[in-house]
Ligand binder design. Structure first.
Ligand code: MN
Ligand code: MN
Length: 306
């Protein structure tokens, strides 16, 4: 281990797990991304949602449920806080009365974060937010590969006439050249639709590769973004979301997907569409918090203990 002292999550023997300020994983709160390798960022935005609202409360509830996560990953041996400087850099101050202005605010906030060479791990928020995040990442890295877990393809041309909403971000991202279609995989797609074309449009670029080994081969060595819509999981595990669809992934499959991203050049990630009000158990946010920890554990530069 190097001389550098890395931020550590506040331990359960220093402050009871139900006490203290509810930052992500009880990490220190930082006022900017300066000096950080990875920053947890909240985007409390749900005005792009087509059905149930409420994912504006996702970041707070994910932080609250993250209080039980300990710093070492027993399953994979990842020890992210041995080699990465990580903090919670708070929420983006969106304008909840204006979607377009909010999208611009989010992009500017991520420009600032990326200017510090900090990789963002985002607590959403509805899936609209991935578009401005990808716009900012594209300015820094060029066209990105993407692993997209979701019940929905989110490649609608428009929703109710609007070109930016939570069901359109990946169509816009491909049109704008933010994503390389050949380096895009979508996992968990299901549910009813309007037209067969709803799923044929992405299929025209590349069919889903079911195994993560194939995914890693397909995405190759370039920069990759990981976006995880919690509704990719079955509502039995994650009912707290706005657009639930039956017959989804299990938590174990979600873990396999995230852990299978180890080795990719991840430059950012998000966990979106957590709407806590529809799950009084808090379990959706608990799953989300743990998936964000697992994402951190597969970021480049994480050391694994033997
Ligand atoms: Mn989505
Ligand atoms: Mn979805």
């Amino acid at each position: 281990m190097s001389e550098k002292q890395f931020n550590q999550p506040l331990g359960g023997n220093e402050m009871p797990r139900f006490g203290g300020i509810a930052t992500m994983m009880r990490l220190p709160h930082a006022v900017s991304a300066e000096g950080l390798d990875v920053g947890f960022v909240g985007v409390p935005f749900d005005i792009g949602t087509s059905n149930r609202g409420g994912s504006r409360f996702g970041p707070r509830q994910i932080r609250a449920e993250s209080c039980l996560i300990r710093p070492y990953n027993m399953a994979t041996r990842a020890a992210p806080f041995d080699s990465l400087q990580v903090a919670d850099i708070g929420d983006v101050a969106i304008n909840t009365f204006n979607l377009q202005k909010s999208v611009a605010i989010i992009e500017a906030a991520y420009d600032e974060i990326l200017g510090h060479d900090c990789k963002p791990l985002t607590l959403g928020g509805d899936h609209t937010i991935s578009l401005p995040i990808l716009r900012a990442l594209h300015k820094k890295h060029g066209p990105l590969g993407i692993v997209h877990v979701d019940a929905h393809a989110d490649i609608n041309d428009h929703m109710f006439g609007e070109r930016v909403a939570h069901g359109t971000p990946f169509r816009r991202a491909i049109e704008e050249g933010l994503i390389e279609p050949i380096r895009m995989v979508q996992i968990g797609l299901r549910a009813s639709g309007y037209e067969a074309e709803d799923f044929d449009w992405p299929r025209g670029y590349r069919s889903l590769a079911p195994l993560m080994a194939e995914v890693r081969e397909q995405l190759g060595a370039g920069p990759v973004y990981l976006t995880f819509d919690i509704d990719g999981l079955d509502p039995a595990y994650a009912p707290g979301t706005g657009t639930p669809e039956i017959g989804g992934l299990t938590v174990h499959q979600g873990l396999e997907i995230v852990r299978g991203c180890r080795g990719l050049d991840l430059v950012g990630g998000d966990l979106v569409e957590v709407a806590p009000a529809y799950d009084i158990s808090g379990n959706t946010s608990l799953v989300a918090a743990n998936l964000l920890f697992e994402m951190l554990c597969v970021f480049p530069g994480v050391e694994y203990r033997s």
